[in-house]
Design a protein around this ligand. Structure first.
Ligand code: NCD
Length: 342
């Protein structure tokens, strides 16, 4: 694996498999049964210049669970970038303080520009509509775990990606990551104007996958193994696009869609947040408590996967087993009140 994690382009099937393996070893720590201190003394710089809950907090928590400490800054207002500081200078300064840096920024390519100015490992936590590689890794880890539970195979699987495929950086990274594996079937359903960029479709097709674009969810998806739906990224729309845009209910994944069009074991994923405003028509809450809804298992998986990324980049991945102790505090059996017993 390269020094930074900026794009799925730097990953190979072997490096992804290694991260999945390390993530699985992190599970007892992520599930709060054991503690480790392998990153004791290390400091993470968590720089978020765009809204975030799970990426920011789960990177922070993952670093803490490895025994490290975290310094963070949120938004431009409280950063010297508001005084006109360049990415280069910010990068050099932060590198003098921190052993690893996670950055989210609204401009595509900005995290790579920041990383070019430092030898300290940098992780792209989302660069505008560009990429979100750690999300793709945790999505892939989720698919792998869910398939193992259901006795399914990745080779030949059918994955439906729907929602905002144009600006959704999570689907850009995920489709690249899936393309590293044996041929699959990938179906894309986006509202008009929000289709997956052609260069990504061409890349995936050139690697032997069967990619099909369909106009609507009103179709037969009974052989789909994974429905991966995304929020409309309105914050990235141009003024003309925003004018009068509203997402038709036809693109909503809800219980009726799952019962009528999909299989009994089709899993539903979403990078979250889901937009809960009534007119957003994002993933419906009527699937809450349904075992097919994997979204909170997916968010939980963010911890072991991000721990694996840190452990690998900071080269302590071989030390985990030697450093485990049992936890001493109270941990509930299940963390969510609607969590399905699987
Ligand atoms: C996504 C993002 O920021 O790209 N969220 C996340 O990190 N899980 C998806 C989104 O904002 O819609």
């Amino acid at each position: 694996m390269s020094r930074h994690l900026l794009s799925v382009d730097s990953l190979t099937r072997d490096s992804v498999n290694h991260l999945m393996h390390v993530a699985a070893r992190m599970e007892p720590i992520a599930q709060r049964r054991q503690v480790t201190r392998v990153l004791e003394g290390a400091v993470l710089g968590n720089l978020f210049f765009e809204a975030s809950t799970r990426t920011r907090v789960s990177f922070h928590a993952a670093f803490c669970r490895l025994g490290g400490g975290v310094c963070d800054t949120t938004g431009f207002t409280f950063s010297s970038m508001a005084k006109g500081e360049s990415l280069y200078d910010t990068s050099r300064v932060m590198s003098g303080y921190c052993d690893a840096i996670v950055m989210r920024h609204p401009d595509q390519g900005s995290v790579a520009e920041f990383a070019a100015a430092t030898h300290v490992p940098v992780i792209n936590g989302g660069d505008g509509p560009g990429e979100h590689p750690s999300q793709a890794l945790l999505d892939f880890y989720t698919i792998d775990k869910e398939f193992a539970r259901l006795g399914r195979k990745l080779a030949g699987a059918h994955v439906l990606l729907t929602g905002d495929l144009k600006y959704g950086r999570t689907v850009h990274s995920l489709i690249k990551l899936l393309s590293l594996y044996d041929p699959m079937r990938i179906t894309l359903v986006a509202p008009p104007g929000l289709e997956m960029p052609d260069y990504l479709i061409d890349l995936v097709a050139s690697r032997g996958h069967r990619v099909e674009q369909r106009a609507s969810l009103a179709d037969d998806y009974r052989d789909v193994d994974v429905v991966y739906t995304t929020r409309i990224q309105k914050e990235r729309f141009t003024a003309e696009m925003s004018e009068g845009f509203s997402l038709s209910r036809d693109f909503t994944v809800d219980r009726a869609f799952m019962d009528k069009r999909c299989g009994r074991d089709t899993i539903v994923m979403h990078p979250l947040p889901r937009d809960s405003r009534a007119d957003a028509n994002d993933l419906d809450v009527d699937l809450n408590g349904d075992p097919r809804l994997a979204i909170f298992r997916q968010t939980d998986n963010g911890i072991p996967v991000r721990m694996a990324i840190f452990a690998t980049l900071l080269q302590v991945d071989e030390l985990i087993e030697k450093d485990l102790r049992p936890v001493r505090w109270f941990v509930p059996e299940r963390v969510g009140v609607d969590d399905a017993a699987l």
